[in-house]
Design a protein around this ligand. Structure first.
Ligand SMILES: C[S@@+](CC[C@H](N)C(=O)[O-])C[C@H]1O[C@@H](n2cnc3c(N)ncnc32)[C@H](O)[C@@H]1O
Length: 213
């Protein structure tokens, strides 16, 4: 089965509607991940067919929960989940941030090749990116992360990034009971969702957290 047809099946199973041009961009993203993986050590998933479910669909299932128009993906690595989401939501702006230069160079190269215009890739430690004095317009409706840090560390390092009423979206494996007990007191869990990811047997959960009002 080609990557294209396999992705079409997975998208249908996940109830994700997409234009042919978007499907083509996700396939090209997988091809770029596969091409640069050895040189840049981008992901431990080596099989492009596996990348479709474990990277593309696993990122896209977050899409329906995002509220707003400006997002940051912290610890994005090779652009996950930020790049698949930016392709899904071309009307939104995405900042993709990672401390490692080679991952940011990969994202810039992919954006150039795939003509993705709603992504800005930033090399920085998240703790050093923006500060309390940053205007609201430069802050974010959503701070997204996957496989980045404990909830407590993520919230502490990223507390200055959301706009007023903005949210944190953390993509986790098993439901993170222990991490939720240890949330810093100024934050509260607003929603959690068990996610079904076609082609992925492991548990997936989306945790949505906000600052207390
Ligand atoms: C395990 S990888 C996950 C990458 C991607 N989100 C994914 O799901 O495949 C964690 C990433 O976080 C980045 N990272 C770790 N600490 C960071 C920090 N303080 N600021 C920015 N990036 C950081 C690492 O360079 C790495 O690319």
């Amino acid at each position: 089965m080609t990557l294209h047809s396999k992705l079409e099946v997975l998208l249908e199973q996940a109830n994700i509607e997409a234009e042919p041009a978007q499907i083509e961009q996700w396939v090209k993203l997988v091809e770029q991940l596969n091409k640069w993986n050895k040189a840049y050590n981008l992901t431990s998933v080596r099989d492009p067919q596996q990348m479709l479910s474990r990277h593309i669909i696993d990122s896209l299932v977050v899409g329906p929960y995002l509220q707003g128009s400006r997002f940051i993906d912290v610890g994005t690595g090779p652009g996950l989940p930020g790049l698949p989401l930016a392709i899904l939501k071309p009307e939104c702006e995405f900042v993709l941030l990672d401390s490692l230069g080679k991952r940011i160079r990969f994202i810039r190269q992919v954006c150039h090749e795939l003509k993705i215009t709603n992504v800005v890739a930033v090399q920085s430690r998240v703790e050093e990116y923006l500060d309390q004095a940053t205007p609201e317009t430069d802050k974010f409706d959503g701070v997204i992360s996957r496989a980045f840090a404990s909830l407590s560390d993520m919230l502490t390092w990223c507390a200055h990034l959301p706009r007023e009423n903005g949210a944190f979206y953390a993509l986790k494996g098993q439901y993170p009971d222990t991490e939720l007990v240890e949330l810093p007191p100024e934050f509260t869990l607003v929603e959690s969702h068990a996610l079904a990811v076609p082609g992925v047997d492991a548990e997936r959960h989306l945790i949505i957290i906000k600052k207390r009002g």
